[in-house]
Design a protein. Structure first.
Length: 291
């Protein structure tokens, strides 16, 4: 079986839209390359559907302008690779990285050697899904978790992806975590990653469109590192599922959309306790305003 690597050159503001686009036309996951500008790479089986997929990608890139997203330069590159390369080539870019004072993301194929006693490993085999812990939005969320977690909390991780934030929360002392994702493949990958981390094996992962299939008592924390255009729909869903003194942590927000997300948070009764930025990406720690 042979595969084609499809690379789309884009920009920071559009990168998550391009990720979503490539997955929506059949990629199992994506890889973000920031070495020479910003590119998103996905892999597709080389068969009679490939030409249709490529045409679909081109058409959808052009249609992003209809929702005020500029994916430029939006150039598409295609190169053939073998199945073994598809499975292993991307791994050479993914190594253990210290993310916060306490948290280090470690690929499952590397041996972890702590540098300090408080350093804790998050073992990940992301299988090309977004959320390895190396992207700015994930880093911001881990820092936010480290800021608010005191121990013993309950939490919902919306759009869990690889499960990296769910594991981070457990390592920091969160008592119980429910993780959700709309994508069945991400749910499968998250479950496999949780099994690599003994502290996280009791986390429940379900398929859900945001919080629609979540039926729990209000929790102490809700975290979401997801596409910015989905966050607006999520915000009102969190209110009934969050304790009055709980925190809503959100990231995945780039410069251009940040003012709108801040407005939506205020409209829905949230107070921004802390805002952080890394490059062009923003994160927020929020609480429901006292009445």
């Amino acid at each position: 079986m042979s595969w084609q690597a499809v690379r789309v050159d884009t920009n920071t503001e559009a990168v998550e839209f391009v990720c979503d686009l490539l997955i929506s036309v059949g990629a199992d996951g994506v890889q973000i390359d920031e070495k020479n500008g910003i590119s998103v790479i996905a892999y597709y089986e080389e068969n009679d559907q490939l030409s249709y997929i490529l045409a679909n990608i081109q058409a959808r890139l052009q249609s992003l302008s209809k929702i005020a997203v500029d994916p430029s330069p939006a150039t598409v590159h295609v190169s053939g690779i073998s199945q073994s390369d598809w499975e292993n080539n991307w791994k050479k870019y993914y190594h253990a990285q210290r993310i916060t004072r306490h948290l280090t993301v470690v690929p499952s194929w590397e041996t972890f050697k702590s540098q300090q006693s408080e350093e804790m490993p998050i073992i990940m085999d992301p299988q090309l899904t977004f959320g390895t812990g190396t992207h700015e939005t994930t880093r911001l969320m881990m820092q936010a978790l480290e800021t608010v977690v005191r121990g013993g909390e309950s939490m919902i991780d919306v759009g869990t992806g690889s499960g990296v934030l769910a594991v981070a929360a457990k390592l920091l002392g969160v008592r119980s975590v429910l993780a959700t994702d709309i994508d069945d493949i991400s749910v499968k990958v998250a479950k496999e990653n949780l099994m690599l981390n003994p502290i996280a094996t009791d986390i429940k992962v379900i398929t859900s469109d945001l919080l629609l299939n979540v039926d729990t008592q209000p929790v102490d924390l809700i975290v979401a590192n997801i596409l910015a255009d989905v966050i607006e729909r999520l915000i009102p869903q969190t209110i009934s599922r969050l304790k009055p003194t709980g925190y809503f942590l959100v990231s995945g927000i780039y410069d251009a959309i940040a003012p709108h997300i801040e407005e939506q948070l205020h409209i829905n009764g949230f107070e921004i306790v802390q805002k952080s930025q890394m490059g062009e990406w923003h994160s927020y720690i929020t609480q429901i305003k006292e009445k």
